[in-house]
Design a protein around this ligand. Sequence first.
Ligand code: AMP
Ligand code: ZN
Ligand code: ZN
Length: 411
Amino acid sequence: MKNISIKILFSLFILVARCTAWNIPSGQEQHTTFIVSFDGFRWDYLNRGITPNIAKLQHRGVSALSLRPAFPTKTFPNHLTLLTGVYPEHHGILHNEFLNPRTSERYRVGDTSAVRNSTWYNAEMIWETAARQGVKTASYFWPCSDVHKKTGEPTYLESYDRNRPYLQRVNDALAWLQLPKEQRPQFIALYFEETDNQGHEFGPNSPQINFAVQQMDSIVGLLVQGIEHLGLLDATNIILVSDHGMTEIDTSRVVNIASFLPNVKVQYSGYGQVMMIQPQKGEEEKVYSVLKENERHYRVFKKESMPEYYEFSEHPFILPIILVADLGWTLTNRELSSKERSTFGKGNHGYEKDCLDMHGIFVAAGSDFKKDFRTGTLWNIDVYPLLCTILKITPAKNIDGNLERIGFILR
Ligand code: AMP
Ligand code: ZN
Ligand code: ZN
């Protein structure tokens, strides 16, 4: 711990030294809004008394009890929902891994060419909205920000590199803030994965997750100090969010769905907390009945009667049968190998959006936000219309988000 504090102090020194050497921009009246995502940062990590820098922001601005994610509560679907204002059934990224049943192609977050292929995406991200209206934006590792789109990409883009040190990400983002006014982005999205990584490996109640939370709090401190040093604090909004939370899991709570379907050929899509099944033609009813008979520790739905609550039925790649695991349970389509058991991890997410463990954070401070204002749970589909209001741009049509549910946090 001591070692890390020294590291952070040293980094801070470097940062301040660099800021001093940089040109501090003139014309400070142009506003910039940062949105910073801490992957898997559960809402209650902020109540552990280990986040002094974030507490300062909460005091200076708005703090929500939690941020309700979209279903399924996975990374890519929710980062896209945050910056499009629509549910996964409308933007098309249904899971971190899913099947196009028409072509048998699969979208996978680890497959860069699939991730950058715009044909998977059906909604307008904020960079497109902004580009159409002449507003400059920047993305530093925001999931789905490097999709190739003629209609608009971030003006400045850093594509994901998990090995890039966190401090460098902060420094580079601060460099964008120092561009001459006519080149400077008015919107900067930043992404950090540490809390997700530690939450998966050690669980949401571990010393390791608390340490990751403290590290991310230091990152917030460095970002704010960097902005302050540039004399831009009053001209900058900072919004902290997360895509989802985390809950404890273990290998004693696993259901192998394939064990109920020994002689039946099906295609699977998704995994873990949400799984979709494509039976062969004519076998839909049989497969559904078997899964219904064995419905313990999960729920099974037919696509046509999926409860509206999930907002998960309208997309053509949602398969005819949908399984949703109970909180803490994991669905597989084979027996776990001993290696898989040994690397299973102690935390996961992807469950229903109203399980509180799946909720993330929302903290926002800056000239556009009320001061020292606490509110209840906000919805992540409403963040995009909020951002459009701050950036003074017209949002895309037909979004699921609604400014009326969130606009009251603005000054
Ligand atoms: P998950 O926990 O499966 O929802 O995914 C979270 C993980 O996605 C994080 O640990 C990141 O390392 C990883 N990740 C984030 N952005 C990207 C990206 N652009 N490409 C590939 N992996 C990413
Ligand atoms: Zn995530
Ligand atoms: Zn995760």
